[in-house]
Design a protein around this ligand. Sequence first.
Ligand code: FES
Length: 128
Amino acid sequence: MVQIRPAAAQELKRLLHQHTAHTGSSSQICLTLEPGGCADWTYQLTSNITPQRPLATLTCGDINLAVPVDQVELVEDLTIDYAEDLMGGGFRFTNPLAQRTCGCGNAFALSADTPVTQDCTAAHLPTP
Ligand code: FES
């Protein structure tokens, strides 16, 4: 079961309220895993759901998360938190399935052998 910590729930509700204020329509939070980034998978949280594939709805307290059906098993024990630091606020993900996690925590690998970057900016520097 996905667990959403109180700080993350508060931020997700704020984003949903903001989405509703801008579009005039209510929405749902969608959690997807996108391939690539600094590891195998990168977490994406959006309030704009474009159902390009079947979605499951996971009830996490008073928040419903839409998750692609084929990714439910990759996030089923995920914990989502939210924290502020000197660089700004951001969601924090803790996934017991992750064998390796990137430096910022937004990307993970399922294999301990997968190369994982510890710094996004270093990953995208042009090679000399
Ligand atoms: S996604 Fe690049 S360091 Fe985390």
